[in-house]
Design a protein around this ligand. Structure first.
Ligand SMILES: N[C@@H](CCC(=O)N[C@@H](CS)C(=O)NCC(=O)O)C(=O)O
Length: 228
């Protein structure tokens, strides 16, 4: 039986959640078969008792949420398959990468794509998405949040300098080969790539080169989801 992944989907079925992409890539890294089940925001509660966010995976009749916990579970359950963390130190450092991606990178990307997300979510999600996100961002409209993004782009790109500093020395954040930390950060860039035609990264950016390498992994899994 393949592992089931409840995966956030837009109105046209596109998979755009940064957190779901982390898990999707982690499952592929472990070489595990997966059946993805598309859900939209307003269907998440129906996945199972207590579910409020995706990703959720289901295996052997049990559901599990929280992307990092899922990655740890895969590492513990399939120790003989390629490691997602490269040992305990890797788990500890990946928690920093997760905290940075969730607390800095994702909020940094949000004002570049938030109105574009609204445009691609399922019709029945539109009201929920607008209301919840406008409330989260102090009552500003999605359109006002996204306005002026061309002028803000250089400043945002500068915030990615720590990634460049690492990628100047090595092809992946994990070193010579990718680890879960790569999937954490790539999940965020995949989110932006899939929801918006706005180009966050310059073509000659080292981060773009690395992101391209991650999209090519596992038979081009990331690339199999078309860019907006
Ligand atoms: N800490 C969670 C965060 C997951 C998360 O926030 N997922 C978003 C989709 S990208 C979600 O389900 N949001 C539900 C909502 O906004 O109602 C994880 O790492 O799995």
């Amino acid at each position: 039986m393949p592992i089931v992944l409840y995966d956030l989907a837009g109105g046209d079925g596109r998979r755009f959640s940064p957190y779901c992409w982390r898990v999707r890539l982690a499952l592929a890294h472990k070489g595990l078969e997966v059946e993805t089940r598309p859900v939209c925001f307003t269907e998440i509660a129906a996945i199972g008792p207590g579910q409020t966010t995706v990703p959720v995976i289901e295996a052997d009749g049990r559901q599990m949420r929280e992307s990092f916990d899922i990655a740890l579970h895969l590492e513990e359950t399939y120790p003989d398959r390629p490691s997602l963390f490269g040992g305990e130190g890797g788990v500890a450092l990946s928690r920093f990468v997760e905290a940075w991606a969730n607390g800095v990178l994702n909020p940094g990307l949000m004002p570049f794509v938030v109105a574009d997300i609204h445009a691609i979510v399922a019709d029945k999600d539109r009201g929920y998405f607008r209301e919840s996100r406008e409330k989260r961002f102090g009552g500003r409209t999605l359109e006002a949040l996204q306005a002026g993004r061309e002028e803000r782009l250089d400043g945002f790109r500068k915030t990615l300098e720590p990634l460049r500093a690492v990628l100047r020395r090595q092809p992946f954040l994990g070193g010579a080969a990718p680890l879960y930390a790569d999937y954490i950060v790539a999940g965020s860039l995949q989110w932006a790539r899939v929801v918006s035609a706005f180009r966050i990264l310059a073509d000659d950016d080292l981060v773009a080169d690395w992101f391209g390498r991650v999209l090519d992994l596992h038979g081009g899994l990331g690339r199999s989801q078309r860019a907006a």
